[in-house]
Design a binder for this molecule. Structure first.
Ligand SMILES: Cc1cc2nc3c(=O)[nH]c(=O)nc-3n(C[C@H](O)[C@H](O)[C@H](O)COP(=O)(O)O)c2cc1C
Length: 368
């Protein structure tokens, strides 16, 4: 029987346990530059088998919220190097989540105040986070996007490729996770609710999956599949995303990805941060995992959303290899130890999730 607390191989890394820290945006990187406080926060959580960093913009165009980090400037890479160095010094491992938000952005966050980009010129009914010069922040509606021209898509693939190279070569990450979940750019291309294109990147399932597969091949070619994972969220309504028929779509996606030698497949089950079953959007995750294995994939199967120790152990028994915990890691820096000893978990303070300083970030106490 698999245990959450046993060592496991992930690509070229030996993880001390099967507990992953899920990617968590905290909006504490002014100017998109990771800070020393972020290094302290991640180092506090280094006992995780693997840390996946908060989503990190691959370009200025890929940016969709105030004070989220980037990976496209020297100062940003230097900032991340401090973070990865601090995690490694504590014996941890950390992947960078590569992010292009697509239409989930605002003109104030885009280069030269331009419209955000998307598969189609359809606004998402969702909000983003902006800050004022005095430092206070607020949620505002996302801006109407413009549809990307097919001629621009090779550039986006290149942006992911370069970000992957910089993440490992300059910023010191152990690998990358491509963010294809939660209604951001790659998820927008995948799903009918946001993609109404009539070219090779819209319409049929293979067409809608094309951009993600091109990105994944480029990233794997650049840094090797054993340092690459991908995050999918088949039925999440996050950021106003939906697909008419997600089961065959994701069946196709995982089968196509199976041949790339990825380190892992990360699946958000249900509504991200919400119910594990979404009304009107049934989905068979076991069938998805079987499709991945049937197609020959050797990489780990990572599950997420609403897990506690009992549910995590049940999921390992059913075939998962790794379990990602999000909110529990925010308020429990020593989550691995707490799960191992069945110690009580501290609750998160919702008021300090996005933006701010050390409060609600690095001041959650570990067990004595
Ligand atoms: C504050 C916060 C920030 C998040 N930021 C990200 C992110 O940057 N990238 C991502 O893929 N998911 C993000 N998520 C979703 C989490 O990774 C995770 O899927 C979700 O919290 C469900 O897992 P949990 O029940 O263990 O918390 C975020 C969630 C929260 C609460």
């Amino acid at each position: 029987m698999k245990s959450l607390f046993e060592s496991v191989q992930l690509g070229g890394l030996q993880l001390p346990n099967r507990i992953v820290m899920a990617p968590l945006t905290r909006n504490r990187a002014p100017g998109a530059i990771p800070t020393p406080l972020m290094a302290e926060y991640y180092a506090q959580r280094a006992a995780a088998g693997l840390i996946v960093s908060e989503a990190t913009a691959i370009t200025h165009q890929g940016q969709g919220y105030a004070d989220v980090p980037g990976l496209y400037g020297t100062e940003q890479l230097d900032g991340w190097k401090r973070v990865t160095g601090a995690v490694h010094a504590r014996g941890g491992r950390i992947f960078c989540q590569l992010w292009h938000v697509g239409r989930v952005s605002h003109v104030d966050l885009q280069p030269h105040g331009q419209k955000p980009v998307a598969p189609s010129a359809l606004a998402a009914k969702t909000k983003t986070w902006l800050t004022k010069p005095d430092g206070s922040g607020s949620f505002v509606a996302t801006s109407e996007p413009r549809a990307l021209d097919a001629g621009e898509l090779p550039g986006i693939v290149q942006d992911f490729r370069h970000a992957a190279r910089h993440a490992v070569a300059s910023a010191g990450f152990d690998g990358v996770e491509v963010h294809a979940a939660n209604g951001y750019l790659l998820d927008q291309f995948l799903k009918t609710g946001a993609n109404q294109r009539h070219d090779d990147y819209g319409g049929s399932i293979p067409n809608r999956a094309r951009l993600l597969l091109e990105v994944m091949r480029a990233v794997v070619e650049e840094i090797g599949g054993d340092r690459v994972g991908v995050r999918l969220s088949p039925v999440t309504p996050a950021n106003d995303i939906r697909d008419d028929n997600p089961q065959p779509l994701f069946d196709h996606v995982v089968r196509e990805l199976a041949g790339l030698g990825l380190a892992y497949m990360h699946v958000v089950e249900g509504a991200t941060g919400g119910p594990r079953e979404v009304e009107g959007r049934p989905f068979d995750y076991q069938a998805l995992r079987r499709a991945w294995r049937e197609a020959g994939a050797k990489g780990a199967w990572m599950v997420n959303n609403g897990y506690d120790r009992r549910l995590a152990e049940q999921s390992l028994e059913q075939g998962a290899d790794l379990v990602a915990f999000g909110r529990p890691f925010i308020s429990n820096p020593d989550l691995v130890e707490r799960l191992r000893t069945n110690a009580p978990l501290q609750e998160i303070d919702k008021a300090t999730l996005y933006g701010g300083g050390a409060k609600g970030y690095t001041d959650y106490p570990a067990l004595k």
